[in-house]
Design a protein around this ligand. Structure first.
Ligand SMILES: *Cc1c(COP(=O)(O)O)cnc(C)c1O
Length: 357
């Protein structure tokens, strides 16, 4: 039986995408070849790469606005270093918002390249909120933030207004809600949360920002080299790009980001309403900063843990335990998660309540 997969990443993808990707492993486009054995320079794969790159811009409303799309290896974690390498000028400074483990990991890498200003941090609150009302230094080369904090279940609801380039790690909420993407200079996301399998990282970058650091950059770390080679500087992660392409196509066929946002809001409301209503549970993130992708909650009384764990496992739910730095539970309800699966979880929470009274 297919499980209800609430894993934070790698995570659920649409069933249709699993089916098509499986078919392509056996016989890609009726070519008599598997997607795993074709050349990345073959006509069929070049078309996939071109269409995937174009779809990203189309879905984000960025077509013709000076942006380039790359599918790179190394995970979002390599972008933590590649971003300052390419954007933090020699002798310049970068500004960062510290909202969680991943934001802190990005800050650590930036420090290798130059002055790194942390404009605000919610670390002292175990990252249960998004700091607000901070000032961004006007002379920084860029401002970096994390749109959704996968581990702590918080999400930026309003991005700051600033004249310096906005850089955002959207790994765990990319394509989940409507945003004015043209406000950003660089957007990046590991595919494995909301877009595809592990192995590819999406980078969307405003081309005019490149080549300004005054520093020599090794080729594989240089966005410009990847842009010039249309994301084929070296062998790209072929299968991960293809599967991401299938997900992007699925998203477009199902009403794009606008429709996805409506579905995501309905799912999040269903689950948060239950957490707030059910006397056995409590949410961990500050209400106004709650994420619509990663819903973190605790049992008020840990004595019920064994029973609750038994019950959700019996209901076919997988991947619910929270990250060790928060504990409790984390329901990741990405784009591909059907509301029916969220309802299964809510039903289990209600059954637990009934069984205890
Ligand atoms: C998972 C995650 C990362 C790390 O991604 P890798 O691809 O494993 O390097 C970075 N940022 C956020 C917000 C994440 O959720």
């Amino acid at each position: 039986m297919k499980k209800h997969n609430f894993s934070a990443g790698p995570s659920i993808l649409p069933q249709e995408v699993f089916d098509k990707a499986a078919q392509a492993v056996l016989n890609f486009n009726n070519s008599g070849l598997s997607i795993l054995e074709i050349s990345h320079r073959s006509k069929d794969f070049v078309a996939v790469m071109d269409e995937a790159r174009a779809l990203v811009l189309e879905l984000m409303g960025l077509t013709g606005k000076g942006y380039q799309v790359l599918f790179l290896g190394g995970g979002a974690s390599l972008e933590f270093a590649r971003i300052p390498y390419n954007l933090l000028k020699d002798g310049g400074k970068a500004a960062y918002l510290d909202t969680g483990t991943w934001a802190a990991a990005a800050i650590k890498e930036a420090k290798f390249f130059g002055e790194t200003v942390i404009v605000a941090s919610s670390k002292a609150d175990n990252y249960n909120n998004i700091p607000k009302g901070y000032a961004i230094p006007a002379d920084a080369d860029y401002f970096h933030c994390t749109s959704n904090n996968t581990i702590f279940g918080t999400q930026i609801q309003e991005f700051p207004e600033t004249d310096i380039p906005l850089v955002c790690d959207m790994s765990s909420d990319i394509f989940s809600r409507q945003i004015d993407f043209s406000k950003f200079g660089l957007i990046y996301a590991g595919a494995q949360k909301n877009m595809g399998p592990a192995g590819a990282t999406l980078v969307v970058i405003k081309e005019e920002l490149l080549g300004k650091t005054g520093r020599t950059i090794p080729s594989m770390l240089d966005y410009k080299q990847h842009v010039d080679k249309e994301s084929m500087y070296n062998t790209p992660p072929v299968f991960a790009v293809y599967t991401s392409y299938l997900t992007l196509q699925w998203l477009k066929d199902n009403g794009g980001i606008e429709a996805a946002e409506k579905r995501n809001s309905a799912k999040a409301e269903l689950l948060y309403d239950e957490i707030d209503r059910n006397p056995l549970f409590v949410g961990t993130a500050k209400t106004e900063d709650r994420s619509k992708m990663n819903v973190c909650f605790l049992l008020k009384n840990e004595e019920h843990t064994e029973q609750f764990d038994k019950m959700w496992k019996a209901a076919g739910i997988s991947g619910l335990p929270g990250h060790r730095s928060v504990g409790g539970y984390r329901a990741s309800i990405y784009n591909a998660m059907p509301i029916e699966s969220v309802q299964v979880l809510v039903d289990v929470m209600q059954e637990l309540e009934k069984s205890i009274q």
